[in-house]
Design a protein around this ligand. Structure first.
Ligand code: SF4
Length: 289
């Protein structure tokens, strides 16, 4: 079977900034659009290519919605029905929460793009107050980029954790989702060799998400230029997945697609001359890099 290729669309904005939208065909005929919500990103996640850019600007509601409109208009016939939207392109969606809530509402409105709310997923690195607001105001789906099982590691690879730590993030999710009883959260977990992929991490992860209605998505890391991290080997990802399943969790595994064309998660953007600083690597992880 022919490998399914991702398509990358570059949009040039009025001020000359460039944003990227990725179209991810699925072999079963369903296609996903990955939209951007900012130019660059302020969160400085250490494994992310976009994060190297820093924040250049927030996208307007129209600039977010237009990415889905354009993709649908151009590619629906060729790629079958486009029925999933994920806010996993450039930017931290909840850092631009007003426009993201409006854009996602237009995407699911029957007078708008009329996607199913279950098929529009907004992903966050963990901005807790905005996460609560999203759960209160939106009926779209939520994903949280977790990527670590201790504050020590998450403080390093996702500095937002220094403001909203694991206990606060997961406690808020537990409380809010159980209150609503209709939503679940998808935890994304990018597997970084020697950093967050030990069997102890797997066991801690089972404990951390207890009582939270959730699914886990294990994602193979896509190395990019200047990246200090290495991907976890596939057989170790499977071993990690098996521990989670034995612990009663529902787990998906997403092996890399599109890494040859700079269009996979955490690989969008062009850092250019100015880049955010890399953070100090905790001593015990220096051998892993
Ligand atoms: S992973 Fe997401 S939140 Fe983190 S720097 Fe990259 S785009 Fe921003």
């Amino acid at each position: 079977m022919e490998p399914v290729r991702m398509l990358q669309i570059l949009f040039s904005l009025e001020d000359g900034s460039v944003i990227e939208t990725v179209i991810i065909p699925c072999a079963r005929g369903r296609t996903t659009i990955c939209v951007s919500s900012q130019v660059g990103c302020a969160m400085n996640c250490q494994f992310c290519f976009t994060g190297r850019m820093g924040l250049r600007k927030h996208l307007s509601t129209a600039e977010i919605v237009e990415q889905a409109v354009f993709a649908r208009r151009l590619f629906s016939d060729e790629l079958g029905s486009i029925n999933n939207v994920v806010f996993m392109g450039m930017g931290e969606p909840f850092h631009n929460i007003d426009n993201v809530i409006k854009a996602s509402a237009i995407m699911v409105d029957e007078q708008g793009l009329h996607f199913s709310p279950r098929k529009v997923t907004v992903s966050t690195s963990g901005l807790v107050p905005q996460l609560k607001r999203f759960l209160q105001e939106s009926n779209c789906s939520l994903a949280v980029s977790l990527n670590a099982t201790t504050d020590e590691v998450r403080n390093w690879i996702m500095p937002i954790n220094r403001k909203y730590n694991l206990n606060l993030l997961l406690g808020t999710l537990r409380e809010e989702l159980n209150l609503r009883q209709k939503q679940i959260v998808l935890f994304e977990y990018v597997m970084l060799s020697g950093v967050n992929d030990s069997m102890d991490d797997a066991k801690r992860l089972i404990e951390l998400v207890q009582g939270i209605p959730c699914k886990i998505n294990l994602i193979s890391f896509n190395p990019h230029g200047g990246s200090q991290f290495k991907p976890t080997p596939d057989d170790k990802i499977i071993e990690f997945r098996n521990v989670l399943i034995q612990g009663g969790l529902t787990v998906f595994v997403r092996l890399s697609r599109g890494d040859d064309q700079m269009a996979a998660c955490g690989q969008l953007g062009e850092p250019g001359g100015y880049q955010l600083p890399l953070l100090r690597v905790p001593e015990k992880f220096q051998v892993a890099l």
